[in-house]
Ligand binder design. Structure first.
Ligand code: HEC
Ligand code: HEC
Length: 353
């Protein structure tokens, strides 16, 4: 009996397989007939038929080399260097570099730890077409800033390091890569899903306990329960970057603002999602962002000098002084609606983050 059952199954499989094959071949015959007839019945020009099928089979985007391959095949040494600096920042400019003069950053991050997919991700703080928006007014310094100034903003805060000279090869190479992205994507400044995608802010303070739970459930597997990231066997490089602790961004970084971090997290984490298929709710992203940013991280000196015009300070800037009487605690953890309303009513300023 025992041996009969599999045999019986096999017959069933073969029968259903031949049925499938028969159906499939019938479908193909019919399809070919329909296509053949349509060229006679409807007056579809042959060329149009051809272009339709070639468009569906090989859309232009698939002909294009990936960024990494395009860079690999380029002979532009400055461009290659720029790409390397953005994606291997830690190895080339980090605190463990052999030449002390080249230690520009002070943590374990790459530029692409936050500027995701080689700086090309929609709402992943894309660097595509960024150069076209500079020079621009910068509230943090209250003056017009260049692209190099903006990059140095990330060097000194997100990377917890020091600024580059504008004309030094490293800065020029980074700018070359950023400009090359525009050519690669062939898009205009207003076609890019730039920066971060807004979330609906919960009308309450961050719930730190819920934040901790979300962290354990959705983040700790990669960034580790202690938030220090997953270091490789060499003890230097990381598979998953730290979110807090001595090797993370400092407290003057944009990511240390709860609203900015919540927007980043909601539409980019857990790693691998896109803004089209988020996993976390707005509430979860908000709570886990608050939890992450309440942990210890490097402190930047002289932050009180930021935003000389205090009205320009984003509401979730976690350090004072402020142009309002809300507590520092409320600026760090919300609720933000009362602060946003205050600026709207007393100063006619619409605050976003
Ligand atoms: C910890 C995360 C993080 C890291 C690491 C980081 N940045 Fe940024 N960067 C940000 C955030 C946040 C913003 C502001 C985004 C916003 O407010 O829309 C930003 C903005 C920028 C902008 C302006 C983008 C725009 O849309 O105007 C440039 C250019 C930039 N970063 C370059 C760099 C470079 C180069 C590096 C590496 C040296 C780097 N960043 C590392 C988080 C980071
Ligand atoms: C599957 C692994 C994975 C999970 C899960 C994950 N991340 Fe990440 N995260 C990454 C990777 C990888 C990067 C860096 C991206 C890169 O290098 O391309 C990153 C980058 C980040 C960054 C910016 C860089 C830094 O270190 O500050 C933040 C902030 C962040 N993740 C927060 C979170 C939060 C919060 C969660 C949970 C909701 C989470 N991540 C879940 C893998 C993960």
């Amino acid at each position: 009996m025992a041996s009969e059952a599999p045999k019986h199954d096999l017959e069933k499989v073969i029968r259903s397989l031949s049925k499938t094959i028969a159906t499939a071949s019938l479908m193909i015959v019919l399809l070919v007939a329909v296509i053949f007839l349509s060229t006679f019945i409807f007056d579809v020009p042959q060329q149009q038929l051809l272009s339709i099928s070639s468009a569906t089979l090989a859309p232009e985007i698939e002909d294009k080399l990936s960024i990494v391959d395009a860079i690999d095949q380029s002979s532009d040494q400055q461009l290659k260097y720029g790409y390397a600096l953005l994606t291997q920042t830690d190895e080339l400019l980090g605190p463990n570099v052999t030449d002390p003069a080249m230690r520009y950053t002070g943590n374990a991050l790459q530029c692409t730890s936050c500027h995701l997919n080689d700086g090309a991700k929609d709402y992943g703080i894309s660097l595509v077409a960024v150069d076209l928006r500079f020079p621009q007014y910068r509230g943090r310094e209250d003056k017009m800033g260049t692209l190099a100034d903006r990059i140095n903003g990330c060097f000194t805060r997100s990377m917890n390091g020091s600024a580059l000279e504008v004309d030094q090869p490293e800065m020029q190479a980074i700018i070359t890569y950023i400009k090359w992205l525009d050519e690669y994507f062939e898009v205009g400044a207003d076609e890019v899903k730039k920066g971060l995608k807004p979330i609906e802010l919960p009308n309450r303070a961050v719930d730190l306990q819920n934040g901790a739970q979300v962290y354990t459930a959705q983040c700790a597997v990669c960034h580790q329960p202690d938030g220090q990231g997953l270091v490789n066997a060499d003890g230097l490089t990381y598979t998953y970057p730290p979110l807090w602790g001595p090797k993370s961004y400092n407290n003057g970084a944009g990511m240390n603002r709860v609203i900015t971090a919540a927007q980043f997290i909601k539409y980019n984490m857990p790693f691998g999602i896109s803004h089209e298929n988020p996993v976390l709710t707005d509430e979860e992203a908000y709570d886990v962002a608050g939890y992450m940013n309440q942990q210890k991280r490097p402190l930047r000196a002289n932050l009180e000098k930021d935003f000389p015009d205090r009205l320009k300070k984003p509401v979730s800037t976690p350090y004072g002084p402020y142009a309002d009487a809300f507590s520092i605690q409320q600026h760090q953890l919300g609720p933000f609606q009362p602060i946003i309303t205050y600026y709207e009513q007393t100063h006619s300023i619409k605050k976003k983050n």
